[in-house]
Design a binder for this molecule. Structure first.
Ligand SMILES: NC(=O)c1ccc[n+]([C@@H]2O[C@H](COP(=O)([O-])OP(=O)(O)OC[C@H]3O[C@@H](n4cnc5c(N)ncnc54)[C@H](OP(=O)(O)O)[C@@H]3O)[C@@H](O)[C@H]2O)c1
Length: 363
């Protein structure tokens, strides 16, 4: 097969560098399924990886991109004929294996997921790692007894990639959703994607007692730190807290009292190493009751330009050349609402490279 383009991250004498390279299939990390990649997403973790701001890669060099979608070229033992639309998220992409920022990827068949029926590869990547993680959290909570009739579920970091899709999916499932945000200006947006109430982060009374008044039947937490500790103190009997992120802090200072006196359950959510059966079940729900027919992905794409904080964060974080491709645009041509973007890898010359000042997802 001919050479193709890849966005490669290397470490030379402790200095991280990233840029385009030309590779052949044989240059890629081992795997028995070859995929022609058409879409990927750009996540916070991708920016950390490419800038070296966070240690994401565990070997060098590797192609960036923690997820991808495209079509099967060489099926290996995946049991999927050539041309089948597929996706891969997590599974070591851009950590131990070449990732999605390349026109081809070679992956282990255990990581390959058929794109859910009725969904395009672009839609699959508009959901991407952020949406998959939100869906995994809801799935795990429901496996553990969470139900809409139990009461409201609170979502922190609600305007982020994971938070936005979590709000939308929970609302679609019939939950009362309370969104916690730091952005006063985003109340209308959060209401529009399904939050019945919006709490401003800096106006929260986090309390100090081991247990405060039980207010939520469950929670999805993207922040960690004091916010997660607050959730342990305010979730009601038998409620689930899905711990996803550490946008505020990796710390957790709480007591065991909520766990032993209120039977609160703290569920760890890991989107990278999800066992295959669970991964398939979650993607099936993304193509089913969590998304289908509700147009979630289009709703999430429609809106004004991403916020200034997103732009600033983007500029601060991403100082290396951007992957080839262009931003996914909403039907009215505006960039996605919450900085999420699908980078498309197309035929050379058929799609331009966007300006580095474009608004990329920095989840
Ligand atoms: N466990 C997993 O497998 C997994 C998968 C994906 C992501 N994650 C993690 O989950 C978290 C959320 O991911 P994401 O993709 O949604 O990120 P994101 O798009 O960057 O959103 C994070 C949100 O958190 C809030 N926030 C940011 N900085 C904060 C701070 N210093 N203090 C308090 N709130 C802050 C903001 O929302 P508001 O202004 O609305 O509060 C922001 O929009 C990240 O920590 C990410 O690394 C984990």
């Amino acid at each position: 097969m001919d050479e193709f383009r890849a966005y490669r991250i290397d470490n030379v004498d402790g200095e991280i560098s990233a840029g385009f390279a030309r590779l052949t299939i044989d240059d890629l990390t081992a795997g028995n399924v070859v995929i022609r990649v058409t879409h990927s997403t750009i996540n916070y973790k991708d920016a950390l990886a490419a800038t070296g701001a966070g240690k994401i890669l565990r070997r060098y060099p590797l192609n960036g991109g923690i997820d991808l979608a495209g079509e099967v070229v060489t099926p290996g033992d995946a049991g999927l004929p050539p041309g089948t639309p597929v996706l891969v998220n997590g599974c070591g992409l851009s950590e131990t294996a070449d990732g999605g920022y390349a026109e081809y990827a070679r992956v282990d068949s255990k990581c390959v997921v058929p794109v859910p029926e009725g969904m395009t590869v672009q839609q699959a990547m508009q959901i991407g790692t952020a949406g998959y993680t939100a869906a995994l959290a809801i799935h795990r909570m429901e496996q553990n007894g969470q139900r809409p009739e139990n009461g409201a579920v609170v979502v922190t970091g609600a305007t982020g990639g994971v938070g936005s899709i979590a709000v939308d999916m929970l609302d679609g499932r019939g939950y009362e959703v309370v969104a916690v945000t730091g952005k006063t200006s985003e109340t209308g947006y959060l209401n529009s994607i399904g939050a019945s109430r919006v709490l401003l982060r800096d106006q929260l009374d986090l309390g100090e007692r081991p247990m405060e008044k039980a207010e939520w039947a469950g929670a999805i937490d993207n922040l960690g730190g004091d916010y997660l500790a607050w959730l342990t103190r305010t979730v009601s009997y038998g409620g689930n807290i899905a711990s996803i992120g550490l946008a505020a802090s990796p710390a957790l200072n709480t007591t065991v009292l909520p766990f032993i006196l209120r039977a609160v359950c703290l569920l760890g959510i890991n989107s990278v190493d999800t066992p295959r059966d669970l991964r398939l079940a979650v993607w099936s729900r993304i193509g089913g009751d969590l998304i289908s027919g509700r147009g979630t992905w289009t709703r999430l794409l429609i809106g004004p330009s991403p916020s200034m904080s997103c732009r600033k964060r983007f500029r601060r974080t991403w100082t290396v050349p951007l992957p080839a491709g262009r931003l996914s645009r909403s039907p009215d041509g505006t960039p996605s609402r919450n900085c999420r973007a699908a980078a498309q890898f197309g035929k050379r010359g058929s799609r331009g490279l966007e300006s580095p000042s474009a608004d990329f997802n920095v989840n």
